[in-house]
Design a protein around this ligand. Structure first.
Ligand SMILES: [Zn+2]
Length: 205
C-alpha cells in the first residue's frame, strides 16, 4: 500500500466530513429541512393540551418525522462509508472517545455509526479502518513542519503556521495529520491488506 491509497478523515461535525485530500462532505440540504420541520412540530406538540386527541395526533407526526430523519441519516452514512472504502485501501480516523463529540446534529452516536460501518465494510473488502488510539493535537499540529500551534482558538477555521508560513484549512490540516499518524501506526503494526486493524485475517474475496 502506498500513502496515496490511504485517507485520513476528520470527524469535525456530522454536517462536514473532511478528508486529507481536501474533500468536504456536507450533509444534503433536504436533511436539514427535515430537522427544521421536526423542531417546529415538536414546539407545536408542547403546546397541545395534555391527554387530548390533538396531542396524540401531533405526537404521531413527530414520531414519523423522527423516523424519516433516522432513515435519511443512515442513508447518508452508508453512501459515505461505501465511497471511502471503495476509494481507499486504508482509512484512518480519530478515536471517538478522544474528542468532544457533542458538536453537530448527530453527536457521538452518529460518528460511532459511521466508524462502525467503516470497520465492517473494510473487513468485508479486505481493507483497513484504523482508529488513532492515542491523543495528539491533530488540529494544532502543522502538517507541513510539525510545529505545534498551541494558540489555535476553537473559532479559527483557518490559520497560518508561524514557523513555516503554510496556510491551513483547520479541518484539512487535521485530516492530513490523522492520515500521517495512521500510516505510522499502520506500518508499526505490520498490517497488510489481508489483515484488519484488529489483527484478524480477512479471507480473500
Ligand atoms: Zn508549519
Amino acid at each position: 500500500m502506498t500513502p496515496e491509497d490511504s485517507i485520513g478523515i476528520d470527524l469535525g461535525s456530522i454536517d462536514l466530513v473532511t478528508t486529507s485530500r481536501g474533500e468536504k462532505f456536507a450533509n444534503p440540504r433536504h436533511y436539514r429541512t427535515l430537522e427544521r420541520q421536526l423542531k417546529r412540530e415538536q414546539r407545536k406538540l408542547s403546546r397541545k393540551q395534555p391527554g387530548s386527541n390533538n396531542r396524540r395526533k401531533q405526537r404521531q407526526k413527530v414520531a414519523r418525522l423522527n423516523e424519516q430523519i433516522a432513515n435519511r441519516r443512515q442513508d447518508v452514512l452508508h453512501k459515505l462509508s461505501r465511497q471511502l472504502i471503495d476509494e481507499n485501501q486504508a482509512i484512518f480516523c480519530e478515536d471517538l472517545n478522544v474528542k468532544g463529540m457533542t458538536r453537530g446534529n448527530m453527536g457521538k452516536a452518529g460518528w460511532g455509526e459511521l466508524v462502525r460501518q467503516l470497520k465492517y465494510k473494510a473487513q468485508w473488502a479486505g481493507k483497513t479502518c484504523l482508529q488513532i488510539d492515542r491523543f495528539y493535537a491533530s488540529s494544532k499540529l502543522c502538517s507541513a513542519c510539525d510545529y505545534k500551534y498551541i494558540e489555535l482558538a476553537r473559532s479559527e477555521r483557518s490559520w497560518t503556521c508561524p514557523n513555516c508560513g503554510v496556510e491551513h484549512d483547520r479541518d484539512i490540516n487535521a485530516a492530513i495529520n490523522i492520515q500521517k499518524e495512521g500510516l505510522k501506526q499502520y506500518v508499526a503494526a505490520g498490517l497488510s491488506e489481508t489483515e484488519n486493524a484488529c489483527g484478524e485475517t480477512v479471507r480473500p474475496a
